[in-house]
Design a protein around this ligand. Structure first.
Ligand SMILES: CC(C)(COP(=O)(O)OP(=O)(O)OC[C@H]1O[C@@H](n2cnc3c(N)ncnc32)[C@H](O)[C@@H]1OP(=O)(O)O)[C@@H](O)C(=O)NCCC(=O)NCCS
Length: 178
């Protein structure tokens, strides 16, 4: 089982394993925000209790090696800004990521993902890091292009994004390999 880095440091950010005490900031910063959650695969949280349950699930997933959730925080102010998730499937990591609206368009997610991908591809067990995004999620597609992931195609009816529709929607598939 992969033993992932518990923290990553970049120029402006620190990524660290999520903890239960983050639930309050995660809820307040982005999990309830209809703009942030527009293209994600989970329903926007309606209350703090839902965010607590979510963080508990993150901790369990880390313990069993199924998925790793890192909170993104400001290196200086330690404010919770967002999260990066790596879901493990044998030699492949699938990434998910989300950032509070106040921090959009300042290069933060590009900076954070670069660090995670660089680490992942250095591990002998990990050969492919990939992610999908809704075909309308232009910011997410752009981030993946900026960090050197290749668009491999469109996955038709791939993913339900419940905050916009109950029907599965088409996704771009991006990947970077060893
Ligand atoms: C996707 C997301 C993480 C990007 O984070 P970010 O820190 O703003 O990303 P960056 O600043 O590193 O880069 C964003 C790029 O997309 C571009 N962009 C942003 N919004 C855009 C839009 N609506 N249309 C086209 N391009 C857009 C930016 O201009 C930038 O590209 P550039 O550097 O060439 O100008 C953030 O928008 C977010 O959290 N969205 C909601 C959650 C989400 O959709 N997560 C991904 C699920 S697949």
């Amino acid at each position: 089982m992969i033993n992932p880095a518990k923290t990553f440091k970049t120029e402006r950010l620190r990524l660290r394993k999520a903890k239960l005490a983050d639930a309050d900031a995660i809820f307040r910063q982005y999990a309830q925000d209809p703009e942030v959650t527009k293209y994600v695969s989970w329903r926007a949280h309606r209350n703090l209790e839902e965010t607590r349950e979510y963080v508990q699930m993150c901790l369990l997933a880390w313990d069993v090696g199924k998925a790793f959730h890192w909170v993104i925080e400001g290196a200086e102010d330690k404010q919770v800004m967002g999260m990066i998730i790596a879901r493990v499937n044998a030699e492949k990591w699938e990434l998910g990521y989300v950032l509070a609206r106040a921090y959009w368009r300042q290069g933060y997610m590009t900076e954070a993902l670069k660090a995670v991908i660089a680490w992942a591809l250095k591990q002998k067990e990990i050969h492919r890091v990939w992610a999908v995004c809704d075909v309308d999620n232009l910011a997410s597609a752009r981030v993946m292009e900026k960090i050197g992931m290749q668009r491999e195609g469109i996955l038709k009816c791939w993913s339900v994004h419940p905050n916009i529709s109950a029907e599965p929607r088409d996704s771009f598939c991006y990947a970077i390999t060893k």
